[in-house]
Write a protein of this length. Sequence first.
Length: 195
Amino acid sequence: MTARDDHRRETQEKVLLAAEELFAARGFKGTTIRDISHQTGMSVGAVMSVGDKSALLVTIFDRKIGKIHAHRREDVTATHETEDPVDRIMNLILPFVEVFTEHPDLSREYGAVLMGGSHASAVFDDLGGHLLAEIETAVVAAGVTGPEAAVSARTIYLSYLGLIFVWAGRGAVDDDNFAANLHAIVSFIIERKGN
């Protein structure tokens, strides 16, 4: 890595840390690029070289979600024969739900940015693919085989995303209701494997 690459990475880290702190304290709408510039001691241009506010928010969420995947990579392939298959799938998904429920207002803004289509997110690409593969592994371990395993995993994954967007749209935090709805969907899919 060159000194220029190191400087670029340091700038990105400082900007993202400042943005995350300010977004959490003041909200997305209450934070300006100038605020982030002031917090980092960098010029507005240096902050904008990392991204506009929306891009910064997407990157912050993508990194949080990426960290969850990184921390559990080795565990995903391990067998969980004693764990209930539905609980195993729920345990794969719920850490991501916690990312969204930690700051509901920021989650809604994140969803709005994604729905606007102006900023791409790894959540729908690489990170989404990782979670989908983890769910499919758990679905197969539950006894769902063949093409039905992939369809079942995708149905669970898309149900999770749909519930996130419904939850965010309501503007109210109801973690128990979210978990109960997702559990019912996963149970229905897994229990139908023998039919």
